[in-house]
Design a protein around this ligand. Structure first.
Ligand code: NAP
Length: 320
């Protein structure tokens, strides 16, 4: 099963469907999940320093390389710079650690995970706390962090670099000083948070959108799971279209984003759903059905990360 790719602003190709791996932290579950995804035809894995599973992913990749089932150039791996490494001189420390764990010489995509920086205090991981038990905010110029990212790209540790959870104003600031324009902005995006304004803004700059939580993250942790929030997977229009196209609701939700031109990174640890989620290239939603789905937007952000609200780079106050 071949997944389709899009071409980034630097000429590299990025598979449109990748496997999300947040909250897949137990070693055996993680390794089984990665094996199931590779066997199902996934050629793109999304991880992060903060997910604490890079070492397990690296183990499975080595297993597949050694068995001749996969070559390094066949697989697209994304990982992310954690918030405690925003200072320009600390950026290389974080990527080196990720590469060691992944047992790779380079990643295909390296992202600044969040625009908000925190100071390493030794207390409260992965979100360090200060002496008052509040997040240890650190103000590092994002443009400096970006210079560190460019250095990572220049020395070949990442083929492409980008950002995550950045708003338009932050992207604009980066683009003003960038020698390398970000290749993607990975943001929350699903039927109830369609991000059309940000998507069009980025498109004009040649920056792709990678949609995280494309199924609405139904098993996100309790502090993010707002009480009474609607479940994207229960959307009535998506359900009707699933019946019409003889597909699962998940496939309709993912196809909708892919057909708009976005990259999607659904997470599943269930082999049949892993397979289902990558099978979105053998059907097309009609223009009328695309419009029905776009009318379902609620501009509803689940990941508001309110703990960071007081930080000067808190990204989510910009109108949607
Ligand atoms: P998601 O992919 O929207 O949803 C994952 C959940 O949906 C899992 O509980 C999964 O359960 C279930 N599921 C998967 N396929 C399904 C299907 N076809 N039908 C019904 N249920 C299905 O949520 P997410 O994990 O929040 O987001 C995806 C990835 O985006 C993450 O894993 C991570 O890599 C990335 N992410 C990035 C950021 C960031 O700040 N950059 C933030 C959040 C997420 P089973 O495992 O049981 O199938």
């Amino acid at each position: 099963m071949a997944t389709q790719s899009l071409t980034l602003n630097n000429g590299y190709k990025m598979p449109l469907v990748g496997l999300g791996s947040w909250q897949v932290t137990s070693p055996e579950e993680c390794k089984d999940t990665i094996r199931a995804a590779l066997d199902a035809g996934y050629r793109h894995i999304d991880t992060a320093y903060a997910y604490q599973n890079e070492a397990f992913i690296g183990e499975v990749l080595q297993e597949y390389f050694k068995a001749g089932k996969l070559r390094r150039e066949d697989i697209f791996v994304t990982t992310k710079l954690w918030v405690t490494y925003h200072e320009k001189d600390r950026v290389p420390l974080c990527i080196v650690e990720s590469l060691q764990k992944l047992q790779l010489d380079y990643v295909d995509m390296y992202l600044i995970h969040l625009p908000v920086g925190l100071r390493e205090t030794g207390k409260g991981k992965p979100f360090p706390l200060d002496e008052n038990n509040t997040p240890a905010f650190q103000d590092v110029l994002l443009t400096d962090t970006w210079k560190g990212m460019e250095q990572v790209a220049r020395c070949g540790q990442a083929k492409s670099i980008g950002v995550s959870n950045f708003n338009m104003e932050q992207i604009e600031r980066i683009c003003k000083i960038a020698e390398i324009i970000p290749a993607t902005n990975q943001v929350e995006c699903h039927l109830y948070l369609q991000q059309e304004k940000l998507f069009q803004f980025l498109k004009e700059k040649g920056i792709t959108v990678t949609a995280y939580s494309p199924l609405g993250s139904p098993t996100r942790p309790a502090h993010i799971l707002k009480e009474g929030a609607p479940r994207v997977l229960d959307d009535p229009v998506a359900k009707d279209l699933a019946t019409k196209y003889k597909r699962s609701v998940g496939q309709i939700l993912l196809r909708y984003l892919v057909q708009r031109g976005m990259i999607v990174i659904p997470k599943s640890s269930n082999p049949s759903r892993i397979l289902e989620n990558v099978k979105v290239f053998d059907f097309e939603l009609s223009g009328e059905d695309m419009s029905k789905l776009s009318a379902q937007d609620k501009k509803l952000r689940f990941f508001t990360i309110l703990e960071f609200k007081g930080h000067s780079e808190y990204p989510f106050d910009e109108p949607l």
